[in-house]
Design a protein around this ligand. Structure first.
Ligand SMILES: O=C(O)CCC(=O)C(=O)O
Ligand SMILES: [Fe+2]
Length: 297
């Protein structure tokens, strides 16, 4: 495999930690999409894994510069390519109510990134073609699938109504569901995993001025996402888990300690004083070392 350069910045990685996905609309060139579509017409099974051996697919889709650069940023060097291909090929109209789920094998907590689940649309997907719905931030929510399946629409869900060649890179446990399809057009949806082979470290595009302690884990646009359900029952907010995930990815999880209360990570910029926050975090870290025989959340 040719060397692949990381393309994500600290801010991009935080966005990924918070939202659980990165969408690249129309990133795969049209001629490759057409080739893939034709291939799937001939190999119309739900698991057309032979496509993973096709040079046009490896070079044109799996190793697309933008996509592979993001994968490299999140999974580190020498990541492994998928070994299994799923096609959620939907031929007939279908009605879909509820149905939110994680895919099998989701490990929810702690929020690790040992692999990425990628969805690739080789064709335009319109609303009547039953685009998949995703819930931003839901990869951080530890919840029971038996309950999850009953929910309908969420306010900030998003639908993969997108042009041909769109690639959605997701944190594996993101909640998603099929939606109602009224069209008789066939919709292909390819889904596959990339795998980490090296321990996580902060080796994406880093900014020397970036300070993980004062970073904005809320993601700039101020969106709070959903409150996270977790065991043990501490009130953990999305920014907490996003910060934990960022530290996991940076290889600094041993330095991540949830302070709680109005401590760190903060989800408000009100009364924000970086020096004070740093002092608070350091004090808490020292205290935790001193009290190491005590359990911490
Ligand atoms: O068919 C869909 O839109 C949803 C598919 C799905 O749940 C999946 O790809 O894991
Ligand atoms: Fe699924």
């Amino acid at each position: 495999m040719r060397p692949i350069k990381p393309t994500l910045t600290d801010e991009d990685v935080i966005q990924f930690c918070l939202n659980g996905y990165i969408m690249y609309e129309g990133v795969i060139p049209e001629e490759i999409n057409r080739q893939v579509y034709a291939y799937l017409e001939e190999h119309d099974s739900g698991e057309p894994s032979e496509i993973l051996k096709q040079p046009f697919f490896i070079d044109g889709v799996l190793l697309n510069e933008t996509v592979a650069g993001a994968v490299r940023s999140l999974l580190g060097e020498n990541f492994m390519l998928p070994h299994l291909m799923s096609n959620h090929r939907s031929v007939k109209p279908r009605e879909s109510l509820g149905g939110w789920h994680w895919d099998a094998g989701a490990i929810i907590s702690p929020p690790t990134v040992n692999y990425l689940q990628v969805f690739y649309l080789p064709q335009d997907v319109t609303l009547d073609m039953g685009p998949t719905a995703f819930l931003p931030g839901s990869h951080l929510i530890n919840y029971d699938t038996a309950y999850m399946a009953h929910y309908g629409n969420f306010r900030n869900q998003f639908l993969t109504v997108a042009p041909a060649g769109s690639v959605l890179i997701t944190a594996y446990p993101i909640w998603h569901r099929a939606t109602t399809k009224t069209s008789t057009a066939t919709r292909n949806l390819l889904k596959y995993n990339y795998w980490r082979t090296v321990p996580p470290t902060r080796d994406w595009i880093t900014d020397p001025n970036f300070d993980p302690i004062t970073a904005d884990y809320k993601g700039g646009d101020g969106r709070r996402g959903y409150t996270v359900f977790s065991q043990p029952r501490v009130s953990i907010e999305p920014v907490n888990v996003a910060a934990e995930m960022f530290n996991w990815l940076s290889g600094t999880l041993d330095q991540y300690r949830l302070v709680g209360a109005q401590g760190w990570p903060l989800e408000t910029e009100k009364g924000y004083d970086p020096d004070y926050t740093r002092k608070l975090v350091n004090t808490y870290n020292n205290l935790a070392i001193e009290m190491k025989d005590y359990k911490r959340p």
